[in-house]
Each structure stands twice: as structure tokens, then as C-alpha cells.
Design a protein around this ligand. Structure first.
Ligand code: HAM
Length: 441
């Protein structure tokens, strides 16, 4: 396949990242890692194991799994034909891929439920705005293979506890049940008839939704259609006793765990695989159009749609960028932005000074203390500036004069207090001091 661009070798125009994708660097990158690490720690607490799924899949997986009527499949997929003529798509979400992995590798044989956690970039060709990118990052879990309202509670609770850990106080949980497809079938026809009879003018986009899946109209952006839909019959009233009992058991479970929620029977999720319990975590600190920190629900037909056995599933995904925006908006838990605990400085250019500094830095690192050196033979003043930039708590200053006596100086960069320490005792001194700082016994 021929490349469709030409590159002029002499051109030096600065290149920029494509629209809707973001670089993450500096202290912000550390913040991301801390957030992701914390998420997987919480997953560990709940028994969800990591799964790493591919970034691109056969297009058919998303068409079948996510659904032809969804905005994601109709308008937002990054699909391309590879050199072998196959249609591939950059994953717009993770559930379809996790379920494909579950089916392909017969994970059901390893016991049910399979509780899986994942994260990484997802791709949707959306209108870019604050909190809505074309490449964005999700953290999610999927619990596949067992239908138990208590498992729904566990999944919802996991996401909720993680958001609380992030210090997000303006987060709220909205829950709904959208029942099974057979319960929805009659309702969908009723809704279609109701909207058509209302005589409201319907734009091309909503007309397509009405044709493919009228439930998507509950999510319309057209205020006139929204008004009609608001007075339409409710899906919840069409659910049978069993579905309602499942939902009420989920609500009971949430209450038992002191997780506050609001029931919103108008909550529709943007993907077609959902059944039964659905939910969203929203933040009142974000603009309404992008206020979903995450969402999820049951997808009881998806395993079969992907070619596996008839097994239920439930999960959620959180948007990392949205969580960080909400944390900023709330001034929530600032993460440690420092890149070192100790910086080893050199007062003098003598070989012995450099080799001692190198040795101390190495010994500190091997003892598990984050340590750095300024490098480049800079003035002591410039080295202190470097230490400051790393956010380090201590500077070890290696100087020719002290070295003769087998000593170095350790300065507490916060208080300015200095101690003279035998070269061989630096690691013990610093680990004791940084340990005390962390509150270690
Ligand atoms: P979703 O609601 O499409 O669900 O996405 C989940 C979260 O990803 C959203 O609530 C939002 O925080 C974030 N997100 C989505 N699109 C963007 C975007 N363009 N820019 C920034 N953030 C975005 C799913 O993807 C389902 N797979 C969740 C799930 C898992 N359901 C069951 N299991």
C-alpha cells in the first residue's frame, strides 16, 4: 500500500501532535502513574487481575459488540485497511476486546466469574473539547460469567471507592436498570410510535436513531425531541418481576455499603450491549456535557455475540482525563510531584569527589531511596537549584575537604538543618530520615 503523504526532506516546520491527542509529561506524567497504580491496587483488593488487550481489533468486533446504531460505530471509529486488506479499528473502548479475549482463550474454564482489570488509550473521532479527546484513557474492570446482584454491587463499589480515594467529593452515582432485550422489544416499538405520533420535527441524526434503536433517542441532543421523550412511557415499567428484583437487590447492597446513589430511569448508556443494571459516576465539578467520570453496566448478550457461551458480564470504565480534571476542579489530593528524595551534590571537581558522589547515589538507590545527581559540572548554586526542582527533601554534599575526614554533609532542604555524617553512614542516616518522614515504624 502506498503512503499517501510526501515528506520534503528540507522542511523543518515544527511538527505538532494531531488534534484531540495529548502529550503527558513532567509532574503531570507522575500524577498519571500514581493514579493508574492506585486504581490497580484497588482492583487487587477486590480480586481483579490485570488483562492487557490489543489497541486494535478487527472492525467487526466493535460493529457486532458495541452496536451499529451507536454514535461510536456510526461516526467515531478510527478504522483502516491494513496491508493485507483487513479492516481494523483502533479500540474505541475496552469491553469488547476483554470479552473477545475471554472467549478466544476460554477463560471460563479457569473458573467464574473471571474478574479482570485493564487500562490504556481508547480512540474516538469526536468533536474535541475540554474532557473530550480523540485519544483518551480509560481504567476499567469486567466481571464475566456470574449473574448475582451482589457482584453488581462489588463492581459499582470498586469504582466508587477508587473515586473517593482520588479525593473526589463532588462525585455522584446514578443507577438504572434497562432490563433484557426481550423486555425492551415491546417498549422500543411503543417509544417509536409515541415519538412519531407526537409530530415533533426530527433531524437526520435522530431519525437514524429512531430507525436503528429508538432507545438512543433518550440521549438526544435536540431539546424539542428531548421534551417529547421526557413524557414518553418509561422502560422501567416494562421490566418483569425478576429484573426489578435484581435491581432492588443491587440498590439494597449499595445501601448496605453506605454508597449513596440516585436512580435515574432516563439514564441510557451510549453503547448497545447494555442490559439490566447500568450506572454512571458523574461529577458536579465538571461541565454537564462532559461530567461523566465513568460508566458501565451489565452486558448479558455480549459474550455470545462475540462467539462465546451464554454468560453474563458487568463492568465499568473510568476516564482518566476526566478524573484529573475533576481533581483539579476540586483541588483534590495533590499527588507527590517530586522526582527524587535525595540529590547528591559535588562541591569540587576532583575525581574523588565525583566517584564518592556516584557511589553514594548508587548505594542510596540500591537501598530503595529515590536519588539523583545534577551532572554537567555545574556550580554548587546551580546544583542546589536542580535539587530544588526535583522536590528532594535532602541534599548530600560531597566536598574534597570533608572527604579527607571521611565525611559528607546532609542538608534538610526544608529546614536548612545540616548534619555531618560519615560517608559510610549516609545510607543509614538518609533511610532513617526519609522513613521517619513517611511515618514508617
Ligand atoms: P463509556 O461511557 O463510553 O463506556 O466510556 C467510559 C468513560 O470514558 C466515560 O464516562 C468518560 O469518562 C470516558 N470517555 C469516553 N469518551 C471519552 C472521550 N472522547 N474523551 C475523554 N474521555 C472519554 C465504555 O467505554 C464502556 N466500555 C464501559 C464499560 C465497561 N461498560 C461495561 N464495562
Amino acid at each position: 500500500m502506498a503512503l499517501t503523504y510526501t515528506s520534503r526532506p528540507m522542511e523543518r516546520r515544527p511538527l505538532r501532535a494531531p488534534k484531540g491527542v495529548e502529550d503527558v509529561y513532567g509532574p503531570e506524567a507522575a500524577r498519571w502513574h500514581a493514579l493508574e497504580d492506585r486504581f490497580f491496587e484497588v482492583c487487587d483488593l477486590y480480586g481483579y487481575r490485570r488483562v492487557r488487550i490489543p489497541v486494535f481489533e478487527d472492525t467487526e468486533l466493535f460493529v457486532r459488540g458495541v452496536g451499529e446504531a451507536t454514535d461510536v460505530v456510526r461516526k467515531e471509529m478510527y478504522s483502516f485497511t491494513d496491508r493485507g486488506g483487513r479492516s481494523l479499528t483502533l479500540r474505541p473502548e475496552g469491553t469488547a476486546g476483554v470479552v473477545r479475549c475471554f472467549v478466544e482463550h476460554h477463560l471460563d474454564q479457569a473458573g467464574l466469574p473471571q474478574k479482570l482489570a485493564y487500562g490504556g488509550p481508547m480512540f474516538r473521532a469526536e468533536n474535541v473539547q475540554r474532557g473530550r479527546q480523540r485519544q483518551f484513557n480509560q481504567l476499567g474492570v469486567e466481571a464475566i460469567g456470574v449473574d448475582d446482584p451482589d457482584l453488581d454491587v462489588e463492581v459499582v463499589a470498586l469504582g466508587w471507592r477508587f473515586l473517593a480515594d482520588c479525593g473526589l467529593e463532588a462525585a455522584a452515582l446514578v443507577v438504572n436498570s434497562i432490563g433484557r432485550p426481550d423486555e425492551r422489544a415491546a417498549y422500543i416499538e411503543e417509544l417509536r410510535g409515541f415519538v412519531e405520533r407526537s409530530g415533533v420535527a426530527i433531524g437526520a441524526d435522530d431519525r437514524e436513531r429512531l430507525r436503528l434503536n429508538p432507545m438512543r433517542l433518550l440521549d438526544t441532543k435536540d431539546p424539542a425531541v428531548a421534551e417529547v421523550v421526557a413524557s414518553a412511557p418509561r422502560l422501567y415499567d416494562h421490566l418483569d418481576v425478576e429484573s426489578k428484583a435484581h435491581f432492588s437487590a443491587v440498590l439494597d447492597g449499595l445501601e448496605a455499603l453506605d454508597i449513596p446513589y440516585t436512580v435515574d430511569h432516563g439514564l441510557v448508556r451510549g453503547l448497545d450491549y447494555y442490559t439490566s443494571t447500568t450506572f454512571e459516576y458523574v461529577s458536579t465539578s465538571l461541565e454537564a456535557a462532559q461530567n461523566a467520570l465513568g460508566g458501565g453496566g451489565h452486558y448479558d448478550g455480549l459474550v455470545e455475540v462475540v462467539g462465546g457461551p451464554d454468560l453474563p458480564g458487568i463492568g465499568f470504565a473510568l476516564g482518566v482525563e476526566r478524573i484529573l480534571l475533576a481533581m483539579d476542579a476540586e483541588g483534590a489530593a495533590a499527588t507527590d510531584r517530586s522526582t527524587a528524595d535525595v540529590v547528591v551534590l559535588q562541591a569540587g571537581a576532583e575525581d574523588e569527589v565525583a566517584s564518592t558522589a556516584r557511589g553514594i547515589c548508587d548505594a542510596l538507590r540500591r537501598a530503595g531511596v529515590r536519588s539523583d545527581r545534577p551532572y554537567g559540572g555545574r556550580s554548587l548554586k546551580a546544583q542546589f537549584k536542580h535539587a530544588d526542582r526535583t522536590g528532594a527533601r535532602f541534599a548530600v554534599i560531597v566536598g574534597a575537604r570533608d572527604l579527607g575526614a571521611g565525611r559528607v554533609t546532609v542538608r534538610d532542604l526544608a529546614s536548612g538543618a545540616e548534619a555531618t555524617v560519615a560517608t559510610d553512614d549516609v545510607v543509614a542516616h538518609v533511610t532513617a530520615a526519609t522513613g521517619a518522614e513517611r511515618g514508617d515504624p
